[in-house]
Write a protein that binds this ligand. Structure first.
Ligand code: SF4
Length: 242
């Protein structure tokens, strides 16, 4: 497959998102799923994918620190499309995490907190798939500037697809409004990018769309789409916690 992939990934960069999605479902069937953080890009991609394959599998990382508006959106998406969004949880409850690493870890070591609550659960999920689809775009962050629409994901060892890689934010919103795609009401209140309550604020006029994420830290990514290795969790039992 890797030899074919070298050819496909070159052709695929000229494909429309729907072509990438069709290729994904034709080639990976039950073994591909769409990951979304419930942002507008993920909602647009869910809508597109559902029109091609109404039985698509969708999952999201539930850090247990999400906004009520995000949980409300999950309910609305499930109802509109008749799908069940699988929620990935950390092995550590927020209370376990506070006991193990101290209170408010996100204020001291957000990389570790994201690793525990997002990256490790994602790795567990991806271990059971052959391919995953994400809604990231090249213009979102400098780390995403080089993404391909179809590529090998060396971090998680499976095919990764980014059908919206070359879309602009405006194109995403044009699609969303044209197709009446459900979206997080926080987007209408100056939250262009939404993560956990502890690490997301509204942006001011003229700020970058992701300026409200991990404000005060140099961090711009949660670690799902970067090259850093996944840090293993310290087992609670081995550490003597109850
Ligand atoms: S976004 Fe913040 S609260 Fe959420 S997992 Fe990352 S560091 Fe923790």
């Amino acid at each position: 497959m890797k030899a074919d992939l070298e050819r496909v990934k070159i052709f695929a960069d000229a494909w429309k998102p729907e072509q990438v999605l069709s290729w994904a479902f034709a080639n990976y069937g039950e073994n591909v799923a769409l990951a979304t953080g419930m942002g507008i890009e993920g909602m647009v991609l869910t809508d597109m994918a559902w029109r091609i394959n109404p039985d698509l599998k969708v999952f999201t990382g539930d850090t247990e620190f999400l906004f009520p508006e995000t949980y409300d959106l999950m309910d609305r998406v499930e109802e509109k499309y008749g799908i069940k969004i699988e929620r990935l949880y950390s092995e550590l409850t927020p209370e376990d995490q506070a006991r193990r690493y101290g209170p408010r870890l996100w204020t001291r070591d957000p990389d570790r907190c994201c690793n525990i609550r997002k990256v490790v659960p994602l790795r567990r999920k991806l271990a059971n798939l052959d391919a995953w689809i994400t809604a990231i775009r090249r213009s979102q962050t400098s780390e995403r500037a080089g993404i391909r629409k179809i590529d090998w994901d060396p971090k998680f060892d499976l095919i990764k697809m980014c059908p919206l890689a070359d879309w602009s934010r405006q194109m995403v919103w044009n699609y969303a409004l044209k197709h009446n795609v459900p979206y997080n009401s926080l987007h209408d209140r100056n939250y262009p990018s939404i993560g956990c309550t502890h690490c997301t604020r509204a942006v001011q006029l003229g700020e970058d769309a992701r300026a409200g994420r991990w404000s005060g830290f140099p961090k711009t990514e949660c670690g799902l789409h970067t090259a850093e290795p996944v840090e293993p969790l310290v087992q609670l039992s081995a550490a003597g916690d109850d």
